[in-house]
Write a protein that binds this ligand. Sequence first.
Ligand SMILES: NC(=O)c1ccc[n+]([C@@H]2O[C@H](COP(=O)([O-])OP(=O)(O)OC[C@H]3O[C@@H](n4cnc5c(N)ncnc54)[C@H](O)[C@@H]3O)[C@@H](O)[C@H]2O)c1
Length: 342
Amino acid sequence: MHHATDNQPSLLLAMGPGIAQRLFTDRHRTRLAALARTDPYLVAHDLAAPDPQVAAALAEAEVLLTCWGATPLTAEVLDTAPNLRAVVHAAGSVKHHVTQACWDRGIAVTSAAAANALPVAEYTLAAILFAGKRVLHAAARYRALRADHDWREELHGAGNHRRTVGIVGASRIGRRVVELLHPFDLDVLLYDPYVAPREAAALGVELAPLDDLCARSSVVSIHAPQLPATRHMIGARQLAAMPAGATLINTARGSLVDEAALLPELASGRLHAVLDVTHPELPPPDSPLYDLPNVLLTPHIAGSLGDELHRMADQSLDELERYAAGRPFADPVRPASLHHSA
Ligand SMILES: NC(=O)c1ccc[n+]([C@@H]2O[C@H](COP(=O)([O-])OP(=O)(O)OC[C@H]3O[C@@H](n4cnc5c(N)ncnc54)[C@H](O)[C@@H]3O)[C@@H](O)[C@H]2O)c1
């Protein structure tokens, strides 16, 4: 009724506890309140069993602004949100909460996956450059030796001049990594079954079959989505193809790597790894991944963290502004692409 006279959509925030405080600054809340009819301090943690205030806001809401931990939007939840037209997700993948029932009802969906891709690409760039320089190895050896040593002799095979980097998956993140690598004297190979040679040429990379990429790269970085087709795509054969001293970087998902095949390659010292994700996540307390000197293990922090959440908030509010102005989303999530995306 309100929106006949007022083009501000009614909006409800829905995400896990503690997230809105980290996602929004005061500036974001002010902008949100100017763009939509909403209580910028009311955050629905549970849409399936809502308290009366949330239930009332949900019954009104034309837009849900979601982030990590949002309740899955099942048909039952959607039945309590009869005015819902759009979901603006202030994080990456929408697969956890946007269900087939949303697509069936024609709800428009956008995500901040592009904003979330940037910090992952930055982490990866740092990991690639440090891998080339063998920083991890040198630091571990220095710590152990604590003595004068001929480092230039020991590290003579290292460096970032004309080294080959293999990128697995021209995803949003994979493409950003390729862009970030442009200023460096590195040769980039790409494996992606969805990318044609012309497109690869436009990206400035050489397409290669996966096994070939592994054999030719001294750093292999994984950026494909978690899908049935990508489970264990980096297996014993791909790992064996990687040259001695090569580094595997995984910021995608643990399931893409056959960890049972990776562990002996790491334990023997033949390969190095930078792992932001594992399977399972967390690794068991006795996992060698925590202790191996040639493994850099981080707790799934490559994606948006700290102030980087504000970039996802910015992208989401830009999309909300388009929606409120009657324009289409700049970065819509299309259901047809979900079978090959994160
Ligand atoms: N570590 C973190 O904090 C973090 C944060 C964000 C995303 N991620 C992960 O990073 C990965 C990339 O995310 P995104 O949002 O850039 O993905 P995306 O949805 O943009 O990726 C889709 C693309 O991946 C490529 N692809 C699909 N199947 C492939 C295959 N079998 N082999 C190679 N390439 C294939 C295709 O080009 C496809 O278009 C995902 O695994 C995601 O879960 C991790």
